[in-house]
Design a protein around this ligand. Structure first.
Ligand code: RB5
Length: 147
C-alpha cells in the first residue's frame, strides 16, 4: 500500500518513527512535509496529504501534529476523507475495522514512540469489515452530500 505522511512543526519528531514503521511493514511512504521545525499551519499539510489520496496517489494517510486534533479536524472537512485521531491501539484497529478510516491522526505531544509504533501497526494491518459498517459509512457520505 501507499501511505502519504504529513506533519506540522509540532508533529515533526514523530514523523521518522511512523515512516520507519510503515516501511518495515512493507508500505511505500510519500512525505509531503513540513520538513523543518519552523512554525507552520497544520491545515496546509492536511490538505496536501488528502489531495494525494483524492488523486489516487496514496491509499492511506498518517497526519501528525501536536495533538492530532487540528490535523483530524482539517482532514475531515474534505469529501471522502475519514480521519481518526487516536492515541491507543484499540481505537486504531477499530477505526479501520468499523469506520473504514483512510487517515490516522497522531499527536506527537500526546504519545511516545513505542505507543506510536503499536498504533500504526494496528491501523496498517486491519481490514474494514464491511457489512453493516458499510451502511453506516454510506450514511456519513450522505451527510457530506447534504451539507
Ligand atoms: C502547534 O503548536 C499545535 O497547535 C498543532 O501542532 C496541533 O496540536 C493543533 O491541533
Amino acid at each position: 500500500m501507499k501511505f502519504v505522511l504529513a506533519n506540522d512543526h509540532g508533529g515533526i519528531d514523530l514523523e521518522p518513527v511512523v515512516k520507519e514503521k510503515l516501511e518495515d511493514l512493507g508500505h511505500e511512504v510519500i512525505h509531503v512535509g513540513t520538513f523543518d521545525k519552523n512554525s507552520c499551519d497544520y491545515s496546509d499539510f492536511a490538505v496536501k496529504a488528502c489531495e494525494k489520496i483524492k488523486a489516487g496517489e496514496a491509499d492511506f494517510g498518517v497526519l501528525i501534529c501536536g495533538t492530532g486534533l487540528g490535523m483530524s479536524i482539517s482532514a475531515n472537512k474534505i469529501k471522502g476523507i475519514r480521519a481518526a485521531c487516536v492515541s491507543e491501539p484499540f481505537s486504531a484497529k477499530m477505526s479501520r475495522a468499523h469506520n473504514n478510516a483512510n487517515i490516522l491522526c497522531l499527536g506527537a505531544r500526546v504519545i511516545g514512540s513505542e505507543l506510536c509504533k503499536m498504533i500504526v501497526e494496528e491501523f496498517a494491518t486491519t481490514d474494514f469489515e464491511g457489512d453493516r459498517h458499510q451502511r453506516r459509512i454510506d450514511k456519513i457520505s450522505k451527510i457530506e452530500e447534504n451539507n
